[in-house]
Design a protein around this ligand. Structure first.
Ligand SMILES: [Zn+2]
Length: 254
């Protein structure tokens, strides 16, 4: 009976109040986006299970909360109403966030529907120094020549412009794959804690903000057992010790 209840709870996406009621024994957190208080949902992905990953009220994941907190902090110091921004692979949550703030807001992706430009990051059709602010989250790990893409992002950024370019950090040292892994949403590499080094040759400054700089009440960490790697689906991800891992937001200034 207990096992059956557990399986039902895992399958059904309960409304947040009911989820909270049934998971009273779990640790409680706060969502900085929707201000929900209570336990978060575990997330099942191709790489395994991530505990306390998703806000049950608004659906934001660890990376969304981390990026939201960092970006909100950066935007507080800028008059973005006069700025032009480009958003790659726009997630609905951040699209709404940015569009209501920036003076000019444009979107781009290789094949996603509903964007302003269908472009290859390795060869962008935009003129030099076009944008004040560029946001591309979990994009560069899909690009075969990521150095070329970083160079292109820098090229279309105005002097003093900012590019926020987070990737999923899944190991100590970045592992380049010989070919894209279809089980891993066609990742070309496993970005490591050293990934931000790739930005340094192209930008005036590269600052990184990690989960450790953010309040723990917002659950900014990745709770994932990485000692099980490599697996059939992630055959080139090396194992990583520890139950809790950091997320990283690189802030690159031209
Ligand atoms: Zn929320």
């Amino acid at each position: 009976m207990a096992e059956l209840l557990h399986r039902i709870k895992k399958r059904i996406r309960l409304p947040a109040p009911l989820f909270k009621l049934l998971n009273g024994g779990k640790p409680s957190f706060e969502c900085p986006v929707c201000h929900y208080h209570g336990p978060f949902r575990d997330v099942n992905s191709f790489a395994g299970r991530r505990r306390h990953g998703e806000c049950p009220a608004c659906g934001t994941l660890e990376r969304h909360r981390v990026q939201y907190l960092v970006v909100t902090d950066i935007l507080r110091t800028l008059d973005v109403s006069k700025m032009k921004m480009l958003h790659f692979a726009p997630e609905p949550f951040f699209r709404n966030f940015f569009v209501s703030r920036f003076g000019q807001y444009e979107t781009a992706d290789l094949c996603m529907k509903g964007v302003d430009y269908h472009v290859d990051l390795q060869k962008l059709p935009f003129k030099d120094a076009t944008y004040d602010f560029i946001f591309a989250s979990h994009v560069l790990e899909h690009v075969p020549d990521d150095k070329k893409a970083i160079q292109e992002i820098r090229r279309i950024l105005k002097p003093g412009g900012i590019a926020i370019l987070p990737v999923p950090i899944v190991c100590e040292k970045t592992v380049e794959y010989p070919e894209a892994n279809p089980h891993e949403a066609y990742h070309q590499r496993a970005p490591g804690l050293d990934y931000h080094e790739k930005f340094k040759p192209f930008f005036a400054t590269v600052e990184t903000r990690t989960s450790e700089t953010l309040p723990e009440k917002f659950q900014p960490f990745i709770f994932e057992d990485r000692t099980i790697w490599p697996t059939k689906d992630v055959p080139l991800r090396p194992p990583m010790a520890g139950p809790r891992h950091i997320d990283v937001v690189p802030i690159c200034r031209a």
